[in-house]
Design a protein around this ligand. Structure first.
Ligand code: SF4
Length: 61
């Protein structure tokens, strides 16, 4: 199964991925998103967050 990964150096903390896919992504104390549960939702839902990220910080691993 593919798992989601957020590049911490690229994320700007806009929160879009958390809105679209809250089962997988969570904003951390540093204001950036992390895939706290990287396989926690359907791939299509994760993909929607990947596609929506304005800085292309999310990828599959
Ligand atoms: S959508 Fe992209 S930039 Fe916005 S919080 Fe998620 S990973 Fe970070």
């Amino acid at each position: 199964m593919k798992s989601a990964h957020v590049d911490q150096n690229t994320c700007i903390g806009c929160g879009l991925c958390v809105q679209l896919c809250p089962k997988v992504f969570e904003i951390q104390d540093d204001g950036k998103s992390k895939a706290v549960n990287p396989t926690g939702d359907d791939e299509a839902v994760v993909q929607s967050a990947i596609d929506a990220c304005p800085v292309t910080a999310i990828s599959w691993k």
